[in-house]
Design a protein. Structure first.
Length: 495
């Protein structure tokens, strides 16, 4: 199936294409910052709104549940109704939900605002990638554009703590949400002027049951993972996982039967597509699972403040930006599959070096170890996303983008759950048998109640450092497995 070009979707000039890319990168940068900025605001919003423990969990979790659950449906709707239209509507909704979150009078209203933010974000993410697929028809140019998009996403994750820390030093907790409103206004104006419209000219019938099954599969699975992290494996985890797996099986079966599937499962027979999705999932699983606890290590073991810890993680982000200049040469020399494998191999080496540097007395060694991590992951994510988009026709770009983003979200959730559990188990195993009960629970608990210079506090920090080293090695092994997957499945034909 091919996309019929209309006057609104005629190829744009070189300058306008790259200006339009700036709008798309700005949108994903905004989402990435918003995904991490909340955690710093939790203490102050807790003082103001007095949420219960359950409400605090929902304030943090409902955003990712809505985002992950709606990505597939939102990507399909973008293909159907127009990617520019869905992106601008989603961005406007994101701004309105941000204002509601900023001035939430109760925890319940904030939970509702976070739900609306997740729904809006689900419409934005796949639309940005599918518009890039249409804007850049030249493979080399598109790869460079996706590298810039990936750098924006990674940079936003790193900027979140910096922006949050700066705002919370001078303003109330709602400022971390309110800052989105003027930014959204600028993006809406620039997007309306610069972005072209594109959609699938023959989308077929929208399958509402498939949309429901996709949400019934993904949301319970993500919830099960998050609940297992917070409360351990219990009946709720088993029930949610069972519902998700059952709905997922029904969803796949239905996609094989219906004339107009929400996802074309035949895409997974394409090794470039399936290999890229799998490599993306495994690498994100390893990296996110480690970095989620890395900021705790920097603050609780090395004594960095939130802003200082955010700056300490910047070497990985800066290295990922270098990919923009190098990606074309690397792919031309190695081919796509070998380039992804080599990038993941470099990231695995960096993670192994991080495990050693976590014992170093000087932070400089840790900064050097983060460089290959950022370089390898930045290159791998750029090429896996590019492989997914390149493997489908332009009229299916929204659905393909949604698959890539869903793999990313699931990989991140599982990484935090499983590698987070590993950190906790190893930390407790490394603690002395006579450690205080506060230290047995977590390092944060130990730091809160113990004298920082006391022997038990020092033993807790040593145990957590050992746990981080073990987890870093585990993440390195998993990333190396992802490299093998990429080597074996993604074709290395030269672009």
């Amino acid at each position: 199936m091919t996309t019929t070009l209309t006057p609104a979707t005629e190829p744009l000039s070189h300058r306008r294409r790259w200006a339009a890319l700036g709008v798309l990168v700005g949108a994903v940068l905004l989402l990435a910052v918003d995904g991490t900025v909340l955690y710093l605001a939790v203490p102050s919003l807790t003082r103001e709104l007095a949420p219960t423990a359950t409400e605090i969990l929902w304030i943090g979790d409902v955003y990712s549940l809505a985002l992950a659950g709606l990505l597939v449906t939102a990507g399909n709707l973008a293909d159907r109704f127009g990617r520019k239209k869905v992106l601008l509507l989603g961005t406007a909704a994101f701004g309105l939900a941000s204002a509601l979150a900023a001035f939430s009078p109760t925890a319940g209203v904030l939970i509702l605002a976070r739900l609306l933010l997740g729904i809006a974000a689900a419409t934005i993410m796949p639309s940005t990638l599918s518009l890039i697929r249409g804007l850049f028809t030249d493979p080399r140019e598109r790869t460079r554009a996706i590298a810039i998009w990936s750098a924006g996403s990674g940079g936003g994750i790193a900027l979140g703590p910096l922006v949050g820390g700066a705002l919370l030093e001078h303003f109330w907790w709602g400022s971390v949400f309110l800052i989105n409103v003027p930014i959204v206004a600028v993006f809406l104006i620039a997007g309306a002027v610069l972005l072209p419209e594109s959609k699938n000219p023959r989308p077929g019938r929208f399958d509402l049951l498939s949309a429901g099954l996709s949400m019934a599969a993904i949301v319970p699975l993500v919830y099960a993972v998050k609940h297992a992290v917070g409360s351990g494996f219990d009946g709720q985890v088993a029930l949610a996982a069972g519902i998700g797996l059952t709905a997922g099986t029904a969803f796949v079966r239905r996609q094989r039967r219906v004339a107009d599937p929400l996802i074309d499962v035949a895409l997974f027979r394409n090794p470039a597509f399936s290999g890229a999705v799998l490599a993306d999932f495994v690498s994100v699983f390893a990296l996110t699972g480690l970095l989620f606890f890395f900021s705790q290590y920097l603050q609780l073991v090395r004594g960095f403040g939130p802003l200082e810890a955010g700056l300490a993680e910047m070497p990985a982000t800066l290295a990922s930006i270098v990919v923009v200049a190098a990606v074309g040469v690397i792919v031309a020399r190695l081919g796509r599959g070998r380039a992804v494998a080599a990038a993941l191999g470099v990231a695995a080496l960096g993670l192994a070096l991080v495990s050693v540097a976590e014992r170093a007395s000087h932070y400089g060694w840790l900064a050097l170890a983060l460089l290959p991590v950022g370089l390898g992951v930045g290159l791998a994510l750029t090429l896996t996303v590019d492989s997914v988009l390149s493997a489908v026709p332009r009229d299916k770009a929204g659905s393909a983008s949604a698959i890539s983003e869903t793999a990313y979200e699931l990989g991140a959730a599982l990484g935090i759950a499983l590698l987070g559990s590993l950190v906790t188990v190893v930390y407790r195993a490394f603690l002395p048998a006579d450690a205080p009960s506060a230290a047995q629970d977590s390092l944060a608990g130990a730091v809160a109640v113990l004298d920082p210079a006391s022997g038990p506090a020092q033993a807790a920090r040593e145990a957590f450092t050992g746990a981080m080293q073990v987890t870093s090695v585990a993440a390195a092994v998993i990333t190396a497995i992802a490299a093998v997957i990429a080597w074996r499945t993604i074709p290395s034909g030269k672009d």
